[in-house]
Design a protein around this ligand. Structure first.
Ligand code: ADP
Ligand code: MG
Length: 733
């Protein structure tokens, strides 16, 4: 009898001993030789497109104006030429549906004339807008109630690029009536809203600021597992995580993996991955081992949030492709293995003016420092007021397993500021306006109590348990899941801060109009804000039980059930905020929540079915086989030995036989109950009720079944076990 697991282990061993040299990089090639090789950058556009066309295009893009169709026509000609010069035969609109990931539909660069002659062609219309037959993408009802058609439309602010023989055009995906069906559309809207609001507030300090940029620097965590072992685990293949598996005796206790030497085989993968990412213009710079065995991280230099998000999605697909070349599978799931750290995608977020000032970094003079404190405190206010929504923006069926555990950001959103900033805010809070702002005879302003040191980047002062931390010159939203589209979290944060800045600006204006000096009004409002949003600030251990109790007392959102957290999208203050900022209307919010509930229930449905199959087809047969061996042994002993001797000789066998019996019976009972619960959940009248039923009834049953299956793994003869074990999957050599 062949055992799939042993065959997989043999192949994995062969992979480990095979050649590990990366295949991409040429000798003597340097990064500057191949960076953005596959991207139609502005510099390359100049070689292919007329100067006056480009001038108009760049001006429109930089000022957020819609591109004229004639311009698109001219751009398309140059774009096709460049793409075909580099071997492209096809083009695709590349978009970000609500399923997560990206979608594409390829068309060739030719069409037929009326006479049936083939001509190479790529029209402005093809670049500008497409109508993919994408009726199967989730729309949460928008496309049933409005108009069935969905359009993808060119996003000229993100450059086109090549993947193999295909020109990829970043696009938004919207319904015929204009409702967003993707992540990119509201992300762009939220950025525009935030840029505008931030510029208005900057105007209080520096009239020369014309534009504010929103930056995102993501850190992508992931696991690698050998391809042959992956193939022998139906749960990994179908759900992205192990639904069972006993902890390895050695896992991350010794913390010897974190920042450790990267195994040769993994290093070869990383070098190929970085090469391809750099060719695609993604400025990846950092790589290291993460906390859990087989867990790694890569991070680029931060970029404009829209481009950075495109790059993150692109990197996720490059990773999967490159991993296969190295006989690995990359696991982007937030929690592929129980009992060890999960994976996140820290989103480093900041605001920067066109004059080069980072609005979240302490400045060089009192005005800049007051500006810094203004933005910092407004972010705190926004996070405080919308902490439930920010949590909703990061929850999912997969991230759920990471948020509950004591090893990742907790399911309560709070902000960590560090000692220095906390002191600054405490002083401001207790100062009188006269103490706070000092204006001397020469009309120079001084921040009396808030002398903020210029360099605050104290790396030791970093609370790893905080879901949202200030790290010296940016905020780091750490609760975002490794498999997520960061757009979901970023658009919520952008919109919340945009709304807050609008409220702030109108309050300042109102008081100045009444004759109050501007600095005094600013100071006073900020001081009020510091008091109003105090509840969101937390410097302690975010994993502790005391914090959970305290957070509830402070009135922070402590809901842990994912389907109920999703409700926050439809809370009245959320709807108002998204409407005011023009990011999402009520219909879009309803559709998004529907999609989230539907996806949640579907993912759990698949997991529950796979778990049922695994225990029935793998675990119980192995257990039964072993039990039969033991039973036969009992009989043989009885035949050979006297009755007195038999009892002692069979003692261990009896005990194991009984344990197998009890675990097997529990599993069978559990699977029956789970199937029944699934049928009941599927009969629920709407997506929300279905998601709640899956959360409340199926998740606990799955955990129970797993416990018995894991117990059997420890008892059953290793030779009979067919699923690769944790200890075999988690240590790449
Ligand atoms: P760490 O793991 O120590 O937080 P990494 O070096 O792994 O840091 O990643 C930090 C990320 O933050 C990088 O993507 C980096 O470019 C980004 N980053 C640095 N400064 C800023 C900033 N001002 N705004 C946004 N992102 C930033
Ligand atoms: Mg990092």
């Amino acid at each position: 009898m062949s055992n799939v697991r042993f065959e997989a282990l043999k192949t994995a061993k062969e992979h480990s001993f095979a050649q590990v040299t990366p295949s991409c990089t040429q000798e003597n090639e340097r990064v500057k030789d191949f960076f953005a090789r596959d991207v139609f950058t502005r510099a390359k556009m100049k070689e292919y497109i007329a100067e006056e066309v480009l001038e108009q295009l760049f001006d429109d893009v930089d000022n957020g104006r819609t591109i004229h169709r004639d311009i698109a026509g001219n751009v398309a000609i140059g774009m096709r030429k460049w793409a075909m010069d580099h071997g492209a035969t096809h083009f695709t609109h590349w978009f970000q549906p609500l399923t997560g990931g990206t979608a594409e539909k390829h068309d060739a660069f030719f069409s037929l004339t009326k006479d049936g002659e083939l001509i190479e062609e790529f029209s402005g219309d093809s670049l500008y807008q497409q109508e993919p037959d994408a009726s199967s993408f989730p729309s949460g009802g928008i496309r049933n109630t409005f108009e069935a058609r969905g359009y993808s439309a060119w996003d000229p602010s993100s450059p086109v690029f090549l993947i193999g023989d295909t020109l990829c055009i970043p696009t938004v995906f919207v319904a015929y009536t204009g409702e967003a069906l993707d992540y990119k559309t509201p992300l762009i809207r939220s950025t525009a809203s935030l840029c505008h609001a931030a510029r208005e507030v900057c105007g209080l300090f520096d009239k020369t600021v014309k534009h504010v940029h929103v930056n995102l620097g993501w850190e992508q965590e992931y696991f690698l597992v050998d391809e042959s072992l992956y193939m022998a685990r139906p749960d990994l293949m179908l759900t992205g995580r192990t639904l069972m598996g006993h902890n390895s005796a050695k896992s991350q206790q010794l913390e010897d993996h974190y920042f450790g030497a990267i195994p040769q085989r993994v290093l070869a993968f990383m070098r190929d991955l970085e090469y391809e990412a750099l060719c695609a213009g993604i400025p990846v710079r950092t790589r290291h081992n993460e906390v859990a065995p087989n867990q790694f991280e890569m991070a680029p230099i931060y970029e404009d949030v829209n481009l950075a998000n495109d790059h993150n999605l692109l990197v996720m697909s490059i990773m999967e492709r490159v991993a296969q070349k190295h006989h690995f599978r990359v696991l982007l799931h937030e929690k592929p293995f129980a009992g060890v750290n999960g994976s996140g995608k820290h989103c480093n977020w900041s605001l920067q003016t066109n004059t080069g000032v980072n609005l979240l970094a302490p400045g060089k003079n009192p005005y800049q420092n007051l500006q810094f404190v203004t933005f910092l405190v407004n972010v705190l206010m926004a996070v405080h007021r919308h902490n439930g929504l920010l949590k909703a923006s990061i929850v999912s069926a997969t991230n759920e397993h990471r948020l509950g555990a004591n090893e990742a950001p907790p399911a309560i959103i709070s902000v960590f500021l560090g000692k220095q900033i906390t002191e600054v805010l405490d002083k401001l809070e207790h100062a009188t306006a006269e103490e706070g702002i000092i204006i001397n005879a020469k009309k120079e302003m001084k921040l009396g109590v808030a002398n903020i040191p210029e360099i605050l980047l104290d790396n030791t002062d970093r609370n790893r348990t905080s879901p949202f931390a200030f790290t010296g010159n940016r905020f780091e939203f750490r609760a975002v899941g490794s498999s997520a589209n960061c757009g979901g979290a970023m658009l919520a944060l952008n919109a919340a801060v945009a709304e807050q800045l609008m409220l702030f600006k109108s309050e300042v204006d109102r008081r100045v109009e009444k004759g109050e000096p501007k600095e005094r009004a600013l100071f006073d409002i900020i001081r009020n804000y510091i008091v109003a949003c105090k509840a969101i600030r937390f410097e302690g251990n975010g994993y502790s039980d005391e914090w959970r109790a305290e957070a509830a007392e402070r009135g922070l959102d402590c809901e842990t059930s994912v389907p109920l957290v999703i409700d926050r999208y439809l809370a009245p203050d959320t709807i108002r905020m998204f409407q005011l900022t023009g990011v999402l209307n009520e219909a879009e919010l309803h559709s998004r929540s529907e999609v989230k509930w539907e996806t949640y229930a579907k993912k759990l449905q698949i997991e529950s079915r796979v778990l049922g199959d695994l225990v029935i087809n793998h675990v119980l047969p192995a257990a039964k086989r072993y039990q039969t061996m033991l039973l036969n042994n009992v009989l043989t002993v009885k035949q050979v030995f006297s009755a007195d001797e038999t009892a002692a000789l069979n003692e261990m066998d009896y005990s194991i036989i009984r344990q197998i019996e009890s675990h097997s019976a529990a599993i069978l009972k559990g699977v029956e109950a789970m199937t029944e619960a699934r049928h009941k959940a599927n009969r629920q009248p709407d997506e929300r009720a279905k998601a709640i039923a899956y959360h409340d009834t199926i998740l606990p049953l799955m955990a129970d079944i797993r416990e018995h299956a894991d117990a059997l793994e420890l008892i059953v003869d290793d030779e009979l076990w067919t699923l690769p074990k944790y200890r075999e999957m988690m240590f790449i050599r």
